[in-house]
Design a protein around this ligand. Structure first.
Ligand SMILES: C[S@@+](CC[C@H](N)C(=O)[O-])C[C@H]1O[C@@H](n2cnc3c(N)ncnc32)[C@H](O)[C@@H]1O
Length: 762
C-alpha cells in the first residue's frame, strides 16, 4: 500500500554550525590572557622560596629512591636466609652470598647514606640475629637507647631529616594512635597468635590462606586473637573465682543490716553458686535453700511478691530470669499505629517530623507502626492525633490483629474491645467494610471505644456492652473473633508496676476461669463453615502459662478447634512442657513475646481454626458440669469477709429475693455454719481444682513442689478417696445437703415451703 520510503540512500549531513570545531579563544585585552607566555618577574623572596622548594623536591626524590633500594635489599636478605646456605654466588665478608649488582647497590647505599648502619650478616658470633622478633626488638631497643644516650639531641634532628627513621617514627605514632587497626598488621604483636595459628591450622589451610585477601587474612587473625583473649579471660575468671571466698549463708544478725547493694551482691553470688552447684555449694545446704534465698532477694530487690516471683522462676531459666526482670524495670519504647483509614504512614511520619518528633518505622513486620524516640510535643494532643491519623498503641497489640488477618466484607467480633485499639485496627484492615462487632462488659470502658471509633473514623461497627461469656446466646456465625482476654497483666509490669506486688494466686485463678469461659463462648460464636474464616485469635498481656497455654489446652479438649500458625515470624514458641505438665504438642504454634527478647510488652497470641460447629458429644454432659464448675469457681474468689457480711445480711435483713434467687429458703444457723464450712473448703479446693491437670499427671497443681506439700496432699487425697467410699456425713448435714447442691435445691425448697406452710397453719 502506497510508496515505500528508501532511507538507505539518504546522504549524511555534515556537522551543524554549533558542532563544528572552534578555534582557541582570542582575548581582546592582555590582562585576560593566560600567564604562560608572560615573563614572570619574581621578587627576591619568591625566588629564594622557589629554589628551596626545588631543592627539597630533588632531595625527597633521592631519599625515596634510597629507601626503595633499602627495602629491596632487606627482602633479598630475607629470601637469602631461607635459601640454602650452600648457594654460592658472590660471597661477602661475612660469608653470605649475593649478586654482584646487589653488592654494588649496598655499597652505593652505604656510601650515600651514612646514617644507615651496614647490616651485619649471620655468623656464630652474632647468632642472636636469628632470635625471635620480640627479643630482637628488645635488643634493638636497647641498642637504640644506648645510641640515643650518646647522640642525644643531634640524633633527634637527624631522625626528622632522615626519611627512613622519620617513617619509623610515623609508624610508631600510628601504632600508638590506632592500636587496634595496626595490631592487625603488627606482625611482632601477633607472634604468639601466629604461632598458635600455625599449630592449630590444618596443613590444607595453607592453600586457603593463599586464596585470602590480606584484609581477610587480617580478619581471620583478629578473630583468632579474640577467641584466645576470651579463653584467657575465662581462665582468669575461673582462677579468681577459685581464689575468692565462696558464698556462705549469712548469720541472722548480719541479715538485719543488709542494704540493697548487699542484696544485689548476694543475688550475684547465689547465681554463681547455682551455675556450678557441685563446685560452689556449702556441703550442708541444699539447692532449694539457695533457690529460696535467691527468690527472697529477688523479691526485695525488684519489689515482687513471692507468688509472682516463684511463677517467673518457673517460667525462665535463671540467666534469662535476670534479663527479664531487668528489662521489665525499663519502659518500652512509645509506639503509635497509623490509622490507614485516614492517612499513610509516610505522610504521618513527615507531618510528625515537622512537629519535631523523632521517629522511625517500628519494624519490618508492620507497615503501620512507628516508634517514637522523643517528641517536643505531647503525642496525645497533636492536630494529627485529634484528626484521628494515629492511635498510641503498644507494639505487641498489633500482633494479635495481624494474626487474626481480617478480610474485607467479613463479620468479625472483638469480644473484649475496650478501649478499642485492636478493634479500630481490625476496622482499618477491613477498610470500613463488612461488620465489626465491638463488645465489652465494662460500661465505662465502652465509652472509650465509642470515642476512639469516632476519632479514627470507624463506621462499620456495632458497639455492644454484654458479658462475653453469654455472647453465644445473643449472636453467632462470625467469620473471625478476636478474644483479647482480661488478664493479670504480668506482661506489662513496666507500665503498671503495681502488678508486681498485688497479683496473687486468686487473681490468676479468677482470670483463668473467665478466660476459659470467654474462649469457649468465642469458639461457639464462630462459624466453622465460613467461606473466608472460621478463626479465633486468643491473646493476653500476661506471660503466665495458667492464662495462656493452659486455657488453649482446655479449649482444644472441649471444642472442635485446632491450633494454626499465627503468621508471625518472630516470638518464642508457646510451652508444650511446663514444669511437670504436658500440653498438646501443637501449642508450639502459639507465640510468646518478651520484653527482654523482643523489646515489647510480655504478650501471648494463639490462633485457632474451628473445623466443626458441633460440640463434641462426649463433652456435652461434661460441658454443663464444667460450666457449673466454672461458675462455682468464680463465686469462691470473692473474699471470705465479703461472704460473712453477705451471710449476716441474709440473716438479719432477709432481703426480698427476685428472679432466679426467689424461693431460696432462709438459712438456719446450722445451714449458715455449713455454708461457711463449704466456703472454707472451697477456698482451699480452688487451688487444686482450677488448675486442672492438662494431661496425665498425678501431682497436684499449683502447689509448691516441696516434699512437705506432697506428703500433705497425698494424705488429703487418700482421705478423700476413703470418704468417697464411706461417706461420713451427719444426719443434719444429709438433710441440708440438697439445699446446697445445684439442681436438687428446687425439690428441697418445695419440701421446706410445704413444711413452713404447715407450721404457719398450725
Ligand atoms: C485486655 S482488655 C482489652 C483491650 C482491647 N482489646 C484493646 O485492644 O483495646 C480486656 C477487656 O475485657 C473486658 N472484659 C472483662 N470481662 C469481660 C467479659 N466477661 N465480657 C466482655 N468483656 C470483658 C474488660 O472490660 C477489658 O476492657
Amino acid at each position: 500500500m502506497g510508496r515505500k520510503a528508501e532511507y538507505s540512500e539518504k546522504s549524511k549531513k555534515g556537522p551543524g554550525r554549533k558542532a563544528r570545531r572552534q578555534g582557541p579563544p582570542s582575548f581582546p585585552k592582555k590582562s585576560f590572557a593566560p600567564l604562560e607566555d608572560v615573563d614572570k618577574t619574581l621578587t627576591h623572596r619568591q625566588k629564594q622560596r622557589l629554589a628551596k622548594h626545588l631543592k627539597k623536591k630533588t632531595e625527597l626524590k633521592e631519599r625515596r629512591k634510597l629507601f626503595k633500594e633499602k627495602k629491596k635489599l632487606n627482602k633479598k636478605q630475607q629470601l637469602y636466609q631461607t635459601d640454602s646456605e650452600g648457594d654460592e654466588k658472590t660471597t661477602l665478608d661475612n660469608g653470605h652470598s649475593m649478586d654482584q649488582g646487589e653488592n654494588e647497590t649496598i655499597d652505593a647505599v652505604v656510601k650515600q647514606k651514612p646514617n644507615i648502619k651496614k647490616t651485619k650478616r649471620y655468623t656464630d658470633d652474632n647468632r642472636d640475629w636469628l632470635t625471635p622478633k620480640q627479643k630482637k626488638k628488645q635488643q634493638d631497643a636497647k641498642i637504640d637507647e644506648e645510641e640515643d644516650d650518646k647522640s642525644g639531641s643531634e640524633n633527634e634532628e637527624s631522625a626528622l631529616d632522615d626519611p627512613v627513621s622519620h617513617e619509623n617514627i610515623c609508624d610508631e605514632i600510628a601504632v600508638f594512635k590506632m592500636g587496634k587497626l595496626d595490631d592487625l598488621s603488627d606482625e611482632e604483636n601477633c607472634d604468639d597468635f601466629e604461632k598458635s595459628d600455625e599449630e592449630n591450622d590444618n596443613p590444607d589451610d595453607g592453600d586457603e590462606r593463599d586464596d585470602l585477601l590480606p584484609i581477610e587474612r587480617d580478619c581471620k587473625k583478629l578473630k583468632k586473637r579474640e577467641a584466645e583473649l576470651v579463653k584467657r579471660a575465662d581462665e582468669e575468671l575461673q582462677m579468681l573465682v577459685g581464689q575468692q571466698d565462696v558464698f556462705q549463708f549469712a548469720e541472722d544478725s548480719e541479715e538485719r543490716d543488709l542494704t540493697l547493694q548487699d542484696v544485689l551482691q548476694r543475688i550475684k553470688d547465689v547465681n554463681l553458686v547455682l551455675s556450678d552447684f557441685n563446685k560452689y555449694r556449702q556441703p550442708n545446704r541444699s539447692r532449694s535453700e539457695y533457690m529460696e534465698l535467691l527468690k527472697n532477694d529477688l523479691c526485695i530487690y525488684y519489689s515482687y511478691n513471692e507468688f509472682l516471683m516463684s511463677k517467673l522462676m518457673d517460667i525462665f531459666p535463671l540467666s534469662e530470669l535476670m534479663e527479664y526482670l531487668e528489662a521489665s524495670e525499663v519502659a518500652r519504647p512509645l509506639t503509635i499505629r497509623t490509622n490507614t483509614l485516614k492517612t499513610r504512614r509516610r505522610d504521618l511520619a513527615a507531618a510528625l517530623i515537622n512537629r519535631g518528633v523523632n521517629l522511625d518505622p517500628l519494624g519490618k513486620w508492620t507497615k503501620v507502626g512507628l516508634v517514637i524516640y522523643n517528641s517536643q510535643i505531647p503525642l496525645g494532643a497533636t492536630p494529627e492525633y485529634l484528626a484521628g491519623h494515629y492511635i498510641i498503641q503498644g507494639a505487641s497489640s498489633l500482633l494479635s490483629v495481624m494474626a487474626l488477618a481480617p478480610q474485607e466484607g467479613e463479620r468479625i467480633l472483638d469480644m473484649c474491645s475496650a478501649p478499642g485499639g485492636k478493634g479500630s485496627h481490625i476496622a482499618a484492615i477491613m477498610k470500613n467494610t463488612g461488620a465489626l462487632f465491638a463488645n465489652d462488659a465494662n460500661k465505662d470502658r465502652i465509652k472509650a471505644v465509642v470515642a476512639n471509633f469516632h476519632r479514627l473514623g470507624v463506621v462499620n461497627s456495632v458497639i455492644s456492652c454484654e458479658d462475653g461469656c453469654n455472647f453465644r446466646q445473643i449472636m453467632t456465625g462470625f467469620d473471625r473473633i478476636l478474644l483479647d482476654a482480661p488478664c493479670t497483666g504480668t506482661g506489662v509490669v513496666s507500665k503498671d508496676p503495681s502488678v508486681k506486688s498485688t497479683k496473687t494466686a486468686v487473681d490468676v485463678q479468677r482470670c483463668y476461669n473467665l478466660q476459659r469461659k470467654l474462649l469457649l463462648s468465642a469458639i461457639d460464636c464462630t462459624d466453622a463453615k465460613s467461606s473466608t474464616g472460621g478463626y479465633i485469635v486468643y491473646s493476653t498481656c500476661s506471660i503466665l502459662p495458667e492464662e495462656n497455654e493452659w486455657v488453649i489446652d482446655y479449649a482444644l479438649k472441649k471444642r472442635n478447634v485446632k491450633l494454626v500458625p499465627t503468621g508471625s515470624d518472630f516470638g518464642v514458641e508457646g510451652f508444650t512442657k511446663y514444669r511437670q505438665y504436658r500440653f498438646h504438642p501443637s501449642l508450639n504454634l502459639t507465640r510468646r513475646y518478651y520484653p527482654h527478647e523482643h523489646n515489647m510488652d510480655g504478650f501471648f497470641v494463639a490462633k485457632l481454626k474451628k473445623f466443626s460447629n458441633t460440640i463434641p458429644v462426649s463433652h456435652e454432659v461434661e460441658k454443663e458440669e464444667d460450666e457449673h464448675q466454672l461458675d462455682e469457681d468464680m463465686t469462691i474468689t470473692v473474699s471470705s469477709a465479703e461472704h460473712e457480711e453477705e451471710l449476716r445480711n441474709d440473716k438479719v435483713n432477709e432481703p426480698v429475693k427476685i428472679g432466679k434467687r426467689a424461693g431460696k429458703p432462709n438459712l438456719s444457723e446450722l445451714e449458715l455454719e455449713l455454708k461457711k464450712k463449704k466456703l472454707e473448703t472451697n477456698k482451699t479446693k480452688y487451688v487444686v481444682k482450677v488448675f486442672e491437670k492438662p494431661s496425665k499427671t498425678k501431682r497436684p497443681l499449683c502447689v509448691q513442689n516441696t516434699d512437705e506439700n506432697r506428703q500433705e496432699l497425698d494424705k488429703s487425697q487418700k482421705q478423700k478417696e476413703k470418704s468417697q467410699l464411706k461417706p461420713k456425713v451427719s444426719t443434719e448435714a444429709v438433710e441440708l445437703m440438697p439445699l446446697l447442691e445445684g439442681k436438687s435445691i428446687k425439690k428441697s425448697n418445695k419440701l421446706k415451703n410445704q413444711q413452713k406452710s404447715k407450721n404457719l397453719k398450725n
